[in-house]
Design a protein around this ligand. Structure first.
Ligand code: C5P
Length: 337
C-alpha cells in the first residue's frame, strides 16, 4: 500500500516536473524559431502533424504495455477503440473543443495585441476551477479560491510587457477598432471556457474508467487529426495545393512539433496523476522559469517591476494552495487513530 502511494506520488511529481520543463522548452524553441529567417510554415498543418505524432507515440507506449507483442497490441487497439465505439466517440467532445480553441486563439491573436491576449487567457485558471466544482464535484476551500485568483493575477502581471516592449509592440501594430477588440476579447473568453471544460471533461473520462491514459490519448489523437485536417482544408487548402503540406518544415519546426506532441502526453499524465488545477500551477511556474532562462542564459529579457510582483504572487499562490491541504490532513489522521 505504502509502495502504491509512493508510486502514485512519484508519477505525479515526475509528470509535473516534465510539464514545467516541456512548457519552458517549447516557449524557448518557439522564440528561437521566430527569430530565424526561414520560409514560413502553415501552422494548421503543424497541429495535424503533432496530433498524428502524439498518436504514434501513444501506440508505441501501448505496445510496451502489451509486453511488446504486436498481436496483443492489435487486439487491444481493436477491442478498446473499434470494439467500444460509444467510449471512443466520447473523445470527440474534448478533441472538437481543442480544435475550436486553437482557432479561437488564432482569431484572438489576430485582433488583440499579444499582452491583452496573454493576460486575458489567464482567466482559464478560474474557468477550470469552476468546471472542477460543477463537473467533478470537487470541493475548493475559500483560501484555495484566493490562491487561484492570486495565481491568475500573478500570471497576468508576469506576462504584462515592460513599458519599452509594450511601446514597441504598440507602435508596430495598426490600431484595432473597437469591433476588432470586441471580437478578439470574445474569442479569447470563449477559449477560456473551452480550455476549462475540455480539460475537466478529459479528466472525468480518465478517472472514471479502466481504459489506460495512452489508449485515451490515441482516441483523442484520432479525432484531433481528423478535425485538424478539416481545418487545413477550410483555411489553407490553396496554400497546401500550391507549395505542399510540409512547406517550410525545418529542423526547428520538427522540434516544435515533437515538443507539442510530447506536451499532449505530459498534459494527459498530469491530468491523470494530479489534476487540471495543479496543471495550471505547473504551467504558471514554467512561465517564470522560461523568463529566468531568457534573462540569465539568453540575455534577451529584462524583467520589469510588474514581473517581480507577478512572480511573487504566483509563487505565494502555489505554496498557499498546497500548504493548506497539508494542514487539513492532520486532524483527519488524528481522527483515524
Ligand atoms: O490552454 P490549455 O491548457 O487548455 O491547452 C491544452 C492543450 O493541450 C491543447 O492545445 C490540447 O490540444 C493539448 N492536449 C493534448 N492532449 C491531451 C490534453 C490536451 O494534446 N490529452
Amino acid at each position: 500500500m505504502t509502495m502504491e502511494i509512493f508510486n502514485q506520488n512519484n508519477r505525479k511529481l515526475i509528470s509535473l516536473i516534465a510539464l514545467i520543463l516541456q512548457t519552458t522548452s517549447i516557449v524557448l524553441v518557439l522564440r528561437y524559431s521566430r527569430t530565424r529567417k526561414a520560409e514560413p510554415y502553415i501552422s494548421s498543418t503543424a497541429i495535424v502533424a503533432s496530433e498524428f505524432l502524439k498518436g504514434l507515440i501513444c501506440i508505441i507506449l501501448v505496445w510496451f504495455e502489451t509486453d511488446c507483442s504486436l498481436n496483443r497490441l492489435i487486439k487491444k487497439l481493436h477491442d478498446e477503440i473499434y470494439g467500444k465505439p460509444h467510449e471512443t466517440l466520447k473523445l470527440t467532445i474534448p478533441s472538437g473543443l481543442y480544435a475550436i480553441q486553437n482557432n479561437l486563439l488564432f482569431i484572438a491573436l489576430s485582433y488583440l495585441n499579444a499582452a491583452t491576449y496573454q493576460v486575458t487567457y489567464q482567466l482559464k485558471i478560474l474557468t477550470t476551477a469552476l468546471c472542477c466544482v460543477f463537473m467533478l464535484g470537487k470541493k475548493i476551500e475559500k483560501h484555495q479560491w484566493i490562491s487561484l485568483c492570486m495565481l491568475a493575477l500573478g500570471v497576468a502581471f508576469v506576462t504584462w510587457p515592460s513599458s519599452d516592449e509594450g511601446n514597441k509592440r504598440l507602435s508596430t501594430q495598426t490600431p484595432k477598432s473597437w469591433l476588432q477588440q470586441f471580437i478578439g476579447l470574445g474569442a479569447v473568453l470563449m477559449a477560456t471556457l473551452t480550455s476549462g471544460f475540455a480539460g475537466v471533461y478529459f479528466e472525468k473520462i480518465l478517472k472514471t474508467g479502466p481504459t489506460s491514459v495512452w489508449v485515451r490519448n490515441i482516441q483523442l489523437a484520432i479525432f484531433g487529426t481528423i478535425f485538424g485536417l478539416v481545418i487545413v482544408y477550410i483555411f489553407d487548402y490553396k496554400a497546401v495545393m500550391e507549395k505542399g503540406f510540409f512547406q517550410g518544415y525545418s529542423t526547428v519546426v520538427w522540434i516544435v512539433i515533437f515538443l507539442q506532441a510530447i506536451g499532449g502526453l505530459i498534459i494527459a499524465a498530469v491530468i491523470k496523476y494530479a489534476d487540471n488545477i495543479i496543471k495550471g500551477f505547473a504551467t504558471s511556474l514554467s512561465i517564470i522559469l522560461s523568463s529566468a532562462v531568457s534573462y540569465f542564459i539568453l540575455n534577451d529579457f529584462i524583467p520589469s517591476l510588474f514581473f517581480f510582483i507577478g512572480a511573487m504572487l504566483v509563487i505565494t499562490a502555489t505554496f498557499l494552495y498546497g500548504w493548506e491541504r497539508k494542514v487539513k490532513l492532520i486532524p483527519l489522521n488524528d481522527q483515524k487513530r
